[in-house]
Design a protein around this ligand. Structure first.
Ligand code: NAD
Ligand code: DAU
Length: 339
């Protein structure tokens, strides 16, 4: 089995590559543009493996994707590559639309022409939009995206579905909830709060901090993708949730307690425009059809993640230098204490 994995140098993609190379006998070809979020350090564990190849390139480059599929003839494409951050999609929507929509289109169309036997499109629960409690989204819940990021993901899901319906491309779509774990870029809530807390810097909480997210440990997500890849039915969508919904403020307080910092570091800042209040999804379909379930308890996963950030200060300081500083200033500079 040979997989073409896109975005394999990012947070979830690199966890997936490490899992595939380390725990299966699959071959993995990783196509990644190495944007600010792509980091080859995340892949040092596999770089010497003869079952792993890295290709530096853009999923929007049709000629490159075409020649790669002709050369490698993969059994499946597992498509992670995306601009993945909501705040950046608000500050600069153009790269988000280009990669998430045009890039997904380029891959789907090449997969069709090369008759790739399986196309797993990695998507998100954000496509369902904000849900009032106690509702949970099943896979047929209406799409109601709020940000340029989630709209581009919803659009890419629909394109993927259209390639199944129209061209019979064997597409499977997964939609996961909020991931956390080692190697996550510190623009997302949990790694941002951990790295700021370790440095005794302010923890910027948007609005009232009562927005709810469902937390999924990254390895549980990757096992869910492997399950959907092996057993998911063509043309079907599978939700992958962590079954652990928490308000943001509870997560931030747990980070402070685990890092030995006081609550005085919490800084309420101006809310994210269009901020979704609550995500909640049911993963019953994936569990029933494949036997997958999330196994990592949130407290255990959070403590493992904090230990990883404590132990990997060189990784943290490299990713927080340069571009990150400019992004941080742009996103947070004008918001402080303007609740
Ligand atoms: P990430 O931002 O950490 O990594 C994205 C990777 O894609 C990077 O390595 C980057 O270099 C690469 N990339 C970006 N544009 C590219 C392009 N044009 N061509 C080739 N490579 C490109 O993202 P992540 O958090 O690991 O998310 C991976 C996927 O999972 C995304 O599709 C995202 O929508 C989805 N997802 C993420 C979460 C989450 O909580 N992070 C939850 C559900 C779904
Ligand atoms: O739900 C799945 C999605 O989860 C993925 O599709 C996205 O790729 C991923 O980025 C994530 O989106 P969110 O917007 O939910 O994640 P983020 O970590 O940016 O924010 C989580 C919550 O924390 C959200 O309610 C906003 C809030 N937040 C975030 C940051 C970065 C803050 O209060 N302060 C912050 O500084």
């Amino acid at each position: 089995m040979k997989l073409l994995i896109t975005g394999g140098a990012g947070f979830i993609g690199s966890a997936f590559v490490r899992m595939v190379v380390g725990q299966t006998d699959y071959h993995a070809v990783n196509l990644d543009k190495l944007t600010y979020a792509g980091n080859l350090e995340n892949l040092s564990a596999v770089e010497g493996s003869e079952r792993y190849r890295f290709v530096h390139g853009d999923i929007c480059d049709a000629a490159l994707v075409d020649s790669l599929l002709a050369e490698e003839r993969p059994d499946a494409i597992v498509h992670f590559a995306a601009e993945s951050h909501v705040d950046r999609s608000i500050l600069s929507p153009e790269p988000v639309v280009r990669t998430n929509l045009n890039g997904t289109f380029t891959l789907l169309d090449a997969a069709r022409r090369h008759s790739v036997p399986r196309f797993l499109h990695v998507s998100t629960d954000e496509v369902y939009g904000s849900l009032e409690a106690p509702a949970e989204a099943g896979e047929d819940y209406p799409l109601n995206p709020s940000s340029p990021y989630s709209a581009s993901k919803a659009g890419s899901d629909l394109l993927a579905r259209s390639y199944f319906v129209t061209f019979k491309l064997p597409v499977v779509i997964t939609r996961a909830s909020n991931n956390y774990g080692p190697y996550q870029f510190p623009e997302k809530l949990i790694p941002l709060m951990i790295t700021n807390a370790l440095d005794a810097q302010p923890l910027p909480v948007y609005g009232d901090g009562q927005q709810v997210r469902d937390w999924l440990y990254v390895d549980d997500h990757c096992r869910g993708i492997l399950a959907a890849l092996a057993k998911g039915r063509e043309g079907e969508i599978y939700n992958i949730g962590g079954n652990r919904s928490l308000p943001n403020l509870d997560v931030v307080r747990q980070v402070l307690a685990a890092t030995g910092r006081g609550e005085s570091l919490i800084t309420y800042v101006k809310d994210r425009p269009g901020h979704d209040r609550r995500y909640a999804l049911s993963s019953e379909k994936l569990m029933r059809e494949t036997g997958w379930e999330p196994v990592t308890n949130f407290e255990a996963g959070l403590s493992r993640t904090i230990e990883w950030y404590r132990a990997n200060t060189a990784w943290v300081s490299r990713v927080r230098s340069g571009e990150y500083r400019a992004y941080y200033e742009r996103n947070y500079g004008g918001r402080a204490l303007a609740r």
